[in-house]
Design a protein around this ligand. Structure first.
Ligand SMILES: Nc1ncnc2c1ncn2[C@@H]1O[C@H](COP(=O)(O)OP(=O)(O)OP(=O)(O)O)[C@@H](O)[C@H]1O
Ligand SMILES: [Mg+2]
Length: 431
C-alpha cells in the first residue's frame, strides 16, 4: 500500500508491519530514516513517523496492523523541553532515570533522549532495567548498550552486557535489581559513557513500589529523574526525591496500550531473538556452578535420615540434600506423595522439607556466565540429570560457560511463556 504524507504530519503505524520510505524526510523518535530503509514494526508496537518533508511510503501490513495519520507531532512539548533541559546540564556524566506506569512511553522517551544526545556528540548508552518489557537484552535481564547510530527502536540493539535476574517483575527480586543496576551503571561509566539513560519497570503504584523506586534512585544517584504521568500517579515518588532534579512530563495521547497477551507476545519475541541458533548442550555439574537450584552447598543425609524419608514417603528419592533449615528431596515423576506425608516427615525430621519432582525444572529460563561472571546469553533448562549429575540446556552460547543461573520464567518447547514457576525459588548460590 502506497501512502503520501505531507510535511508537518505524522504517520502512526501499528505492527505487525513493514514500512519502506520511498522519498521524503522522516524521523522516528528522533532518528532520521534513510530513503529505501525498511522499518519493521512488531505486533503490539506502534511507531510514529514524523514527516519533515513530504514523504512517500510503501506499507506492508500484517494481520490486525493499522495506519493512522495525525496532524502535527505526537511527541508532547513537555518531552522536547525535558530533553533540552537534560542536554543543557553541564554535569559530566549525566545520568537520567526514566519512570512511568506500564505503557506510559518510557521506552519511547528514552529513545528520543538518547538520539538527541547522540546528535550532540555525547557518548550515549542505555541501561534497560524493565525486566518484563526489555528492549535491550532478553526479558528478565538488565541490559546495557552504547549507541553509535540513532535508533528508531531499541529492540534492534544487541545488548553489550546484561545481568540475569530471572523474573519478569521486580517484586521478589528488589535487592537484586537495585544491586545489579548499580553495578551496570558503574561499568557503563568505566566505558567512558557520559550520557546514560536508564529505563525502569512500570511498577509505580502502591507503597511497596514507591519505596522500591526511591531506593533505586538513592542507589543510582542520577542527575535527573524524568517521570511520565497521566495524572498524578508518580507524585508519591517524585515528591519524595529531595535533592534530585525531577522533570515531570506528559503522557502522550498517541500512546498505544497493550494487553497482557500482547506484552507476553513481545516478551516471546525477546526470548526468540536471544535463543536464535540454540542447540541442546550438556554440562557436568562438577564443571559449572549452578545458581538457584538445590545442588552442591548442602550436606548429604545420613543413612538414618534417608531411611526415615523412605519409610514416610514410601519411595526412594533420586537426590537429597540438607541446607540450613531445609531438606530438599527430589523424587521420580508422579509418585503421588500426599501433603500430609510431607508434613509428617518435616515433623519427624524437625526441619522444613521441600519436595521436587524430576522434570519440574524443564523449561526454566537460565542465564549463562563465564568465569568472570560476564553474561554470555540465555538458555532454556531441559533437564537436570540427578543420576548422572549433568545439566542439559538449550542455548546458542558457544563460549566456555562457568555458571548457569536458573530463573523462574518457564517456557514451553515453542518458546511460549507458561508463566513464573517458583520451583527452585528457595535456593540461592550453589558453588
Ligand atoms: N509520542 C508517541 N507517539 C506515538 N506513539 C507513541 C508515543 N510514545 C509511545 N508511543 C507508542 O506507544 C507504545 C507504548 O509506548 P512505550 O513502549 O514507549 O511505553 P513503555 O512505558 O515503555 O511501555 P512498557 O511498560 O510496555 O515498557 C509503543 O508502541 C510506542 O511506540
Ligand atoms: Mg518500555
Amino acid at each position: 500500500m502506497k501512502r503520501k504524507i505531507e510535511k508537518g504530519r505524522t504517520l502512526l503505524v501499528d505492527g505487525p508491519a513493514c514500512v519502506n520510505l520511498l522519498a521524503g524526510k522522516v524521523e522516528v523518535f528522533g532518528a532520521p530514516l534513510k530513503t529505501g530503509a525498511k522499518t519493521v514494526i512488531r505486533e503490539g508496537k506502534r511507531l510514529a513517523f514524523k514527516v519533515k518533508q513530504t514523504a512517500h511510503f510503501d506499507l506492508i501490513l500484517g494481520e490486525n496492523a493499522s495506519v493512522e495519520e495525525f496532524e502535527g507531532n505526537t511527541i508532547p512539548d513537555s518531552w522536547e523541553k525535558a530533553c533540552r533541559t537534560t542536554l543543557a546540564l553541564d554535569e559530566k556524566p549525566v545520568i537520567v532515570v526514566v519512570m512511568g506506569e506500564v505503557d506510559s512511553g518510557k521506552t519511547s522517551f528514552c529513545t528520543i533522549l538518547a538520539n538527541k544526545a547522540l546528535k550532540e556528540k555525547r557518548r550515549v548508552a542505555i541501561i534497560d532495567a524493565d525486566l518484563g518489557q526489555s528492549d535491550i537484552g532478553p526479558p528478565s535481564t538488565i541490559g546495557f548498550c552504547r549507541l553509535t547510530l540513532p535508533i528508531s527502536d531499541p529492540f534492534l540493539l544487541k545488548a553489550e552486557n546484561a545481568y540475569f535476574i530471572g523474573t519478569t517483575t521486580p517484586s521478589g527480586a528488589l535487592n537484586k535489581v537495585i544491586d545489579k543496576l548499580g553495578k551496570m551503571k558503574d561499568e557503563s561509566l568505566k566505558k567512558a559513557v557520559d550520557f546514560l539513560v536508564i529505563n525502569t519497570d512500570g511498577w509505580v503504584l502502591g507503597e511497596e513500589a514507591v519505596q522500591y523506586k526511591l531506593r533505586l534512585v538513592k542507589h543510582i544517584a542520577p542527575n535527573v529523574v524524568v517521570g511520565i504521568q497521566r495524572q498524578n500517579e508518580l507524585t508519591s515518588i517524585l515528591a519524595a526525591l529531595k535533592g534530585t532534579k525531577v522533570l515531570s512530563i506528559e503522557f502522550p495521547s498517541a500512546i498505544k496500550k497493550r494487553d497482557r497477551e500482547k506484552r507476553k507476545i513481545l516478551r516471546e519475541l525477546g526470548y526468540k531473538k536471544y535463543l536464535k541458533g540454540a542447540k541442546m548442550q550438556s554440562f557436568p555439574l562438577k564443571w559449572v556452578k549452578v545458581e538457584g537450584v538445590p545442588f552442591g552447598t548442602g550436606i548429604t543425609l545420613n543413612e538414618r535420615t534417608l531411611e526415615k524419608i523412605n519409610a514416610e514417603l514410601g519411595v526412594s528419592p533420586l537426590y537429597c540434600e540438607e541446607i540450613p533449615n531445609l531438606i530438599v528431596i527430589v523424587t521420580e515423576k508422579n509418585q503421588r506423595i500426599e501433603e500430609e506425608q510431607i508434613f509428617n516427615l518435616a515433623e519427624e525430621l524437625g526441619k522444613k522439607v521441600k519436595l521436587i519432582e524430576e522434570g519440574d525444572e524443564q523449561g526454566l529460563l537460565v542465564g549463562l556466565h563465564d568465569e568472570k561472571e560476564n553474561f554470555l546469553g540465555i538458555g532454556v533448562l531441559n533437564k537436570i540429570d540427578y543420576r548422572r549429575h549433568i545439566i542439559q540446556v538449550y542455548t546458542p552460547v558457544t563460549a566456555d560457560i562457568a555458571s548457569v543461573h536458573v530463573g523462574q520464567v518457564k517456557l514451553d518447547k515453542q518458546g511460549k511463556e507458561i508463566g513464573l514457576n517458583p520451583v527452585f525459588k528457595d535456593y540461592y548460590i550453589i558453588a
